[in-house]
Design a binder for this molecule. Sequence first.
Ligand code: GLP
Length: 252
Amino acid sequence: METIKHSEIKTIEVHPTQKTTALAAAHYIVHFVKNNPHATITYFTGVTPIPIYQEIARQVFKKGVNFRHTKAFHLDEYYPCSPQKPFSFVGYLQERVFIPFGIQKENTFPMNGLAPHAEKEADRYNDLVLQHPSDLMLLGIGPGSHIGFNESGASFESKTHLSNLSSETITRDQKRFGPDVPHQALTQGIKNILSAKTILLTVYGKERGEYLKPALWEKIDPRYPASALRLVGHKVTLLIDQEAAHIIQNRP
Ligand code: GLP
């Protein structure tokens, strides 16, 4: 396994393939929970974490690790959105994380994508996050270097809020889920993300490498939301595959 040097990010590990990168992320999380059985964890969603969560579920099934006493938080959820919708992150985490990891129901904190007032729901969730600061924040990256659904331009001071999705994000999501996908989402803000004790960012593939590149090497700026992670780079571990590494090493 190679590493890449970066003046602000503590660790950048390069793994050969998407599969080995996902396995490295799963092992990191399992190790974290073995050391912190009561950890509060914020979970990201999407394509990237599917093999990560599958591997953890396998280890939980084999009784290699116990997530029962961990607390599970959402990073984001579409709005408005019922958990039954195929694109719902609440439905996704319920199916791929909360149930297979055996997390006790009272320790899961779903966002309510059907709340009548989005702002009130965002405030309610923000209060919960402040009461239960994340020990481990799991992140991926999306269009415009977004983290969670903090789109390009989001303030680094932002708390949990309703975000207007960028046209690039909407296009990506419509390709995945069709025309019904909402144009807004609730998301933990950048300030919430930076407050976590430990941050694990997993990025693989060429396209996500393109999203990551300016966030690593351009000026730290709200234009590239993921660049905010460099402000707390001493607590960030970044796992990438060769394909993404190739893109980010090709510096501007
Ligand atoms: C969405 C989520 C992000 C996540 C990203 C992963 O945009 N809001 O929190 O990082 O998906 O993208 P992918 O599905 O390409 O892995």
